[in-house]
Design a protein around this ligand. Structure first.
Ligand SMILES: Cc1cc2nc3c(=O)[nH]c(=O)nc-3n(C[C@H](O)[C@H](O)[C@H](O)COP(=O)(O)OP(=O)(O)OC[C@H]3O[C@@H](n4cnc5c(N)ncnc54)[C@H](O)[C@@H]3O)c2cc1C
Ligand code: SF4
Length: 523
């Protein structure tokens, strides 16, 4: 190390901070050293999908190489934790201070607080907001807090409208382009008979290959490292974004909620892994959407649908996470207590086609799209009364794009209605919804029209038993009243058979072996 390297700030670039526009990355090599940490505790905290580990490690190593090539003094430290990795760098480089973004997750945020309280680093920590200019999100944490104010309930639709006006995206004179803030109602077409365009693989280079070989040997993780093909550099992420806009964005809106067996990616953008580690910024993606619409390359329904996901849902979910932590983790509004069934980890253990196919696809790729997560996997956990943390841990570990800040509000707030900060009713659905939106049921041994009995689609008795169990809480909701009226029209025998079918099913599920360990805050 040159003497010039001593006595300068250390810039901590977390594995999710891989973008040169972030304020935790120095502008010029002379500004300070860069430290990236491979935290052993973090990699072992959950049984992460091996493709997720390859993704994060490879993206990190590629980013370090890019910075080195540009003349920066970059160090990758393998350490027991992030805090210890930073400490060893500060010590060996005589750093004057540490520059970092606010950690994305609760556990690391607390670890940073503790390190500061204990003076573990011996130098000041300059913590920057992870949102707003130089951050990962369009909004700073304070801006979201100001918007939310003291409202007990938050509504995504209100937030989204506010964000549209604030940014001016697809807005003219404070009015929404096309006269409506949301085209969601037009975006619910099934895709039977349509084939999504093929997505070219991103072949692993030597650096990614190295991480695949490394992670393949790690014990206690899910899925395979082999077959990895996610973009791990900004250049590749941008190329894949171009491919999305060229071939899939036009139909994104229309088929946003559709599911087809053997088509894991449909017309979705697949940008969440890259965006969540900073390879793409949400602002640039939003601007690209607006430009694609303005130049007539994508219809308004697709442009608005996409914008709502990124400008609306993504920003909103992150705001909810920080507002509701740490209580959000413990939330269990419906007092759901059942264990997660084994087939979430071993999809071949179920003959329910929708679950076997969609979970099998996650095991293979680390990805499922939103409706598979919400209306198949999450919906099943909701109806079966799986404990919220059990299903949340699964979502956190199993997906290549998963981080607690985004999975937890989605799982607890949306999928299993463990927290009602931003939802007024559960997203509960019987087999009929899955039949309408997919081609799974035609390939399934169960009868999607039957309400009970050994051959009935399990989602049906489970749905009615769920509605019956939670009648006191849900009946007052005007959007659910009709359902209860339908239930009340059934004769006693039909109701009894349905509830008995549900009980039989619930007692037949084999709990997932507690082979996996979850240490939420370690790292
Ligand atoms: C139970 C459940 C768990 C989820 N866990 C995660 C997770 O761990 N990580 C994650 O990034 N997303 C999560 N989501 C949100 C969403 O399903 C994924 O962002 C999306 O499927 C990623 O695929 P895509 O990039 O092809 O998305 P597209 O469908 O193409 O959407 C574009 C982008 O919009 C954003 N977006 C859309 N919906 C949401 C949402 N509800 N919350 C936050 N961002 C959203 C994402 O950044 C996404 O990349 C979860 C949703 C549910 C219902
Ligand atoms: S019949 Fe039921 S279990 Fe089978 S695929 Fe359809 S919804 Fe899923």
């Amino acid at each position: 190390m040159t003497s010039a390297a001593r006595g300068r700030p250390a810039y901590f670039v977390g594995p999710w901070d891989l973008n040169r526009d972030l304020s935790c990355v120095p502008q010029r090599p002379a500004d300070g050293t860069v430290v990236l940490v491979e935290s052993r505790a973090k990699s072992q905290a959950l049984p992460y999908h091996r493709k997720k580990l390859v993704f994060v490690l490879s993206a990190m190593h590629h980013f370090a190489a890019e910075l080195r090539e540009a003349g920066f003094d970059v160090h990758i430290v393998n350490a027991s934790t992030y805090v210890e990795g930073i400490a060893s760098h500060v010590e060996s480089h005589g750093s004057t201070c540490i520059v970092a973004l606010e950690p994305r997750e609760w556990g690391l945020s607390r670890a940073f607080d503790q390190a500061v309280a204990d003076n573990r680093w011996g130098v000041p920590l300059d913590r920057h907001d992870d949102g707003g200019p130089g951050g990962h999100f369009l909004l700073s944490r304070a801006e979201f807090r100001d918007w939310a104010g003291d409202r007990a309930r938050l509504r995504m639709a209100d937030f989204y409208k506010w964000m549209r006006i604030r940014t001016g995206y697809l807005v003219k004179n404070k009015k929404p382009e096309g006269g409506k803030w949301s085209f969601d109602a037009e975006n619910r077409k099934p895709a039977r008979g349509h084939s999504p365009p093929e997505i070219p693989r991103c072949e692993p280079d030597a650096m990614t290959r190295q991480q695949i070989d490394r992670v393949a040997k790690w014990k206690g993780h899910w899925g395979e490292a082999e077959g990895f093909s996610w973009p791990v550099t900004r250049q590749d992420a941008l190329r894949h974004l171009d491919i999305f806009f060229e071939h899939r964005a036009e139909s994104f809106g229309r088929f946003q909620d559709a599911m087809l067996a053997e088509q894991p990616f449909m017309w979705h953008s697949l940008i969440s892994p890259a965006m969540n580690v900073g390879l793409l910024s949400p602002r640039e993606v939003c601007e690209r959407i607006v430009n694609e619409y303005a130049s007539g390359r994508i219809p308004l329904a697709s442009a608005e649908g996409l914008l709502r996901q990124i400008l609306g849902w993504r920003e909103f979910i992150r705001g909810v996470y920080w507002r509701r932590m740490p209580e959000l983790r413990a939330a269990n509004l419906l007092d759901a207590q059942r264990p997660l069934p084994d087939f979430f980890w071993e999809p071949d253990a179920t003959d329910m086609t929708c679950l076997r196919e969609s979970i099998g696809q996650v095991k293979e790729t680390g990805y499922a799209h939103h409706i598979q997560r919400l209306m198949v996997q999450g919906n099943f956990a909701l109806l079966a009364g799986v404990h919220p943390l059990e299903i949340s841990h699964w979502f956190w570990a199993a997906f290549v794009d998963a981080y607690e800040w985004v999975e937890l509000p989605n799982v607890h707030g949306m999928a299993v209605f463990a927290d009602d900060t931003f939802t007024t009713k559960p997203y509960a659905a019987s087999g009929k919804y899955i039949q309408r939106m997919s081609d799974y049921c035609g390939r399934c041994p169960y009868d999607v029209k039957a309400r009970h009995g050994a051959g009935a689609c399990p989602f049906n008795p489970l749905f009615w038993s769920f509605m019956h169990r939670h009648r006191d809480r849900l009946e007052a909701n005007p959007r659910l009243r009709m359902l209860y009226r339908n239930w009340d029209r059934l004769d006693d025998r039909e109701q009894k058979n349905t509830l008995e079918s549900a009980e039989k099913l619930l007692s037949s599920y084999v709990p997932a072996e507690p082979a996996w360990r979850f240490r939420d805050d370690e790292g």
